[in-house]
Write a protein that binds this ligand. Structure first.
Ligand SMILES: Cc1ncc(COP(=O)(O)O)c(C=O)c1O
Length: 443
């Protein structure tokens, strides 16, 4: 049960913070009621203000491949903070981190650092338009590229009855306060359907600056791309002179060292990174070929930011990358192995379970559970129609009481890190089996 200290903080927080938190995804909108307030983390564990311990499978939305308080990060911060957190000047560590990235990512000749995924995506869209001189952007239903106005449409689950024909989805802004002018040139297409994209490209391809895609659909749980789909998308972009923009904010330094580009053998024109890249602090990057990235030179396509390439953040980023890449990428291999094992164990629990209809989908270190009658969820509309999000939220909240922390939003996902263990997987699988039994009894 949620403890009194969390409840007290929620009451206090509600007086001074919107919903008692700093983002709707951390408060009652996601949790159904008061969230548990966390006090600290250690390795693979989170501790709340009531002293309850959790195995953390949320890992700050994927920002923590090394877990909480990794000794290498603690050593880096302790050493570097005394030498200056941020100068907003040119830095040696900036060059060093960029060299690591360019070395690792064959599709990247140059990078530009930003702070968050949203900012990096905003700069990438501007760069794509600046580079091509074209107006339009093609994005996919259910894909999220930050909360900027131009792309904050069709990112949330909706009743399928209001989505329109898949050949011409109705564009639905996800927030008040967004002017139609902002997204007028953003076209929305169903994902994982190459014919749908071909149809739209035949009409708009020559006026489209970029097609932007998540490599794994990561904001409707975890939905992998169909075999060859992303490669076909890349080819289609080439045909129309449209930039192929792979948004790796979630998947970069997560599904593989080189993200989805490596996993699916892609050669995107523009990429953006965030989350895991910062190893727990805000850090993001835009990357691409010399030709495309030169658009940012001298502010031809403008991208500013007081905190771009912050000194401390870059040192943390360097430590995260070198730790994960050490010993022939052992960290990335371990994170992947643990994620895949967790997915397989959960699938086993569901196969053996009684009345509940549940599946677990995963790619590398990412996994998500869906309450659904379907054997597989392959696109946004299936998610909207066939995934019971309230049931998942209740399930996740029950798991809290068993010391397992997964984000209660069905649209998000869980993640492994290098500090998870086989034992965590066993304990989690047992807890899930218990919760499933309890839910069976409630039917
Ligand atoms: C694919 C994708 N792009 C961009 C973003 C925005 O990143 P941030 O939350 O760091 O602004 C997110 C965040 O979840 C994301 O999932």
């Amino acid at each position: 049960m949620i403890g009194q200290a969390s409840l007290d903080l929620f009451e206090r927080g509600n007086k001074v913070l919107v919903e008692g938190v700093s983002s709707a995804s951390r408060g009652p909108a996601a949790f159904g009621s008061a969230p548990r307030y966390m006090s600290h983390g250690e390795g693979n564990r989170l501790y709340d203000v009531d002293g309850q311990e959790y195995i953390d499978w949320m890992m700050a939305f994927g920002a923590l491949p090394l877990g909480h308080g990794h000794p290498a990060i603690v050593e880096t911060v302790t050493r570097e903070i005394a030498r200056g957190s941020h100068f907003a000047t040119a830095l040696e560590v900036e060059v060093e981190v960029a060299e690591i990235l360019v070395d690792l990512l064959p599709h990247v000749d140059k990078v530009r650092f930003a702070n968050t995924g949203t900012e990096a995506c905003m700069a990438a869209f501007r760069l794509a338009r600046g580079h091509t001189g074209r107006r339009k952007i093609i994005k996919f239903e259910g894909h999220y590229h930050g909360w900027s106005d131009a792309v904050l449409i069709n990112t949330m689950p909706q009743p399928v009855s209001i989505l329109g024909h898949p050949n011409s989805p109705i564009r639905i802004p996800d927030s008040s306060g967004i002017l139609e002018e902002a997204w007028m040139d953003t076209i929305v297409v169903p994902w994982n359907d190459i014919e749908a994209l071909e149809r739209v490209m035949a009409i708009h391809g020559h006026d489209t600056a970029c097609v932007v895609t998540e490599g794994v659909m990561s904001n409707m749980g975890v939905i992998p791309p169909k075999d060859g789909y992303l490669m076909q998308m890349q080819e289609l972009c080439k045909k129309y002179g449209t930039l192929f923009y792979l948004d790796e904010t979630v998947t970069g330094f997560r599904v593989a060292a080189g993200g989805c580009a490596e996993l699916y053998g892609l050669n995107p024109d523009i990429v953006t990174y965030g989350k895991a890249l910062g190893g727990g602090v805000p850090m993001a990057a835009i990357g691409g070929s010399n030709e495309i990235m030169s658009g940012l030179e001298w502010g031809k396509v403008l991208h500013y930011g007081t905190h771009n390439g912050g000194r401390l953040a870059l040192h943390i980023c360097k430590t995260m990358l070198t730790t994960m890449l050490d010993d022939n990428q052992a960290g990335f291999k371990r994170m992947r192995k643990l994620g895949e094992k967790m997915t397989a164990e959960i699938q086993k629990v569901f196969q053996e379970s009684g009345k509940q209809k549940m599946i677990c989908q995963g790619v590398s270190s990412m996994f998500q559970i869906f309450f659904t009658e379907k054997e597989e969820i392959t696109d946004y509309r299936e998610f909207c129609e066939h995934v019971d999000r309230i049931k998942f939220r209740d399930f996740a909240v029950k798991l809290f009481d068993k010391g397992i922390y997964m984000n209660p939003s069905a649209t998000l996902h869980s993640l492994s890190s290098i500090v998870h263990t086989e034992k965590d997987i066993d304990v989690t699988a047992k807890a899930i089996a218990e919760v499933v039994r309890e839910m069976d009894n409630d039917i």
